[in-house]
Write a protein that binds this ligand. Sequence first.
Ligand SMILES: NC(=O)c1ccc[n+]([C@@H]2O[C@H](COP(=O)([O-])OP(=O)(O)OC[C@H]3O[C@@H](n4cnc5c(N)ncnc54)[C@H](OP(=O)(O)O)[C@@H]3O)[C@@H](O)[C@H]2O)c1
Length: 264
Amino acid sequence: MNIPALGMGTWGMGGKYERDESNIEQSISILKQGLALGIRLIDTAELYGEGLTEEIVGQAIKGHNREDIFLITKVWKTNLRHDAVLAAAEKSLKRLQTDYIDLYLIHWPNEAAPLLETMRALEELVSNKKVRHIGVSNFSVPIMEEAQSYLSKTTLAANQIEYSLLERSAEKEIIPFCKENNIKVIAHRPLAKGKLALEQKEILNTLSKKYQKTPIQIALNWLISQDIVVIPKTANAGHLKEICGAVGWRLEETDTGLLKSDFV
Ligand SMILES: NC(=O)c1ccc[n+]([C@@H]2O[C@H](COP(=O)([O-])OP(=O)(O)OC[C@H]3O[C@@H](n4cnc5c(N)ncnc54)[C@H](OP(=O)(O)O)[C@@H]3O)[C@@H](O)[C@H]2O)c1
């Protein structure tokens, strides 16, 4: 799977759990600015804004060559029965105004829905060319293993999990398992919902000076340097430019290690 290292998150654009039309224009504009700055990955979900967020993404990518853009969307945990997955994907495609999704994720596991059915439906979507790659989000190792065991024509391409300098629980089992099994790790909340911007750690300032990058760029590059995809979200044009400066260079391995140990 050829996925860009940096993408744009969309939580809150067009609402969170409920549809909110107050920021539609601002959200389309910021996504368009991101595309103009060279970002080629957008992360969204059917849950966000009750579908309005996907509509916003659909508007933002209009006029771009579809093949140049990598779209992630997610099926919500109440839609994981076989037919519900297929129906949810159709609705997402319509709202995104596209005929395929690059990466379609199960947003959250749900024990009430048989995982075998979900995985069969996802493989059907791949066979029908509605989806290019399938994956999961917020899955532990045992349920990743279970999901993988039901696949016969494809493999799990990604697990999208919470991971940042401030939230490290995935390091113990999930990330090593993903690396061993060629499952791409996508870090959601890579800025710890903005908390990283307020961090006063000496190591961030030291590396900031060494690399001539801002602490936010260091914090994002810490993930990118470990081959982890990041999808920070911003509604602010200045912050977006700063985020773009997190790619195109790499922290030295000793410095990723220093950050790791200083943030424990
Ligand atoms: N799969 C899942 O279950 C799941 C869960 C959570 C999130 N996600 C995805 O991951 C994306 C990112 O997560 P998130 O939005 O929760 O959190 P995040 O990206 O870690 O943080 C977003 C916050 O950081 C601030 N920020 C961004 N750039 C900044 C900068 N350069 N300087 C200072 N502050 C900055 C933003 O404020 P400003 O607007 O002021 O810049 C915003 O408040 C989501 O949008 C969503 O697409 C997925």
